[in-house]
Design a protein. Structure first.
Length: 104
């Protein structure tokens, strides 16, 4: 079953902020620790996602990650390997951040 990535299906969440505060630390594949601010978190069809931005970043780039509950009940962030899923979540966030109907 394909998730319906539409604004109507979004449930805003605070699970990451409640667990970690306003920012999280991520380790890249070279072992460097990067700090990201939690810009948004929401669920679509029960699957949690978060949008992370680097505090010192000047461009509009952001990370889109899945929120996954570990076996120990702790929260983990996972990269989204499915390009279509990543695109859907990214477009959804853009839609929420920059609604098209607001210009007039």
């Amino acid at each position: 079953m394909m998730s319906d990535f539409s604004v109507e299906n979004i449930v805003w969440t605070q699970v990451l902020k409640e667990a970690f505060g306003e920012s999280v630390e991520l380790e890249d594949d070279k072992g460097h620790i990067e700090v990201y601010d939690i810009a948004a978190e929401f669920e679509v069809d029960g699957q949690g996602y978060t949008i992370l931005v680097q505090p010192d970043r000047t461009d509009e780039a952001y990370e889109v990650l899945r929120i996954v509950k570990g076996e120990d009940g702790g929260l983990q962030l996972a990269t989204i390997d499915d390009d279509e899923e990543w695109e859907n979540v990214s477009e959804l966030y853009d839609e929420l951040t920059f609604p098209e109907g607001d210009e007039d």
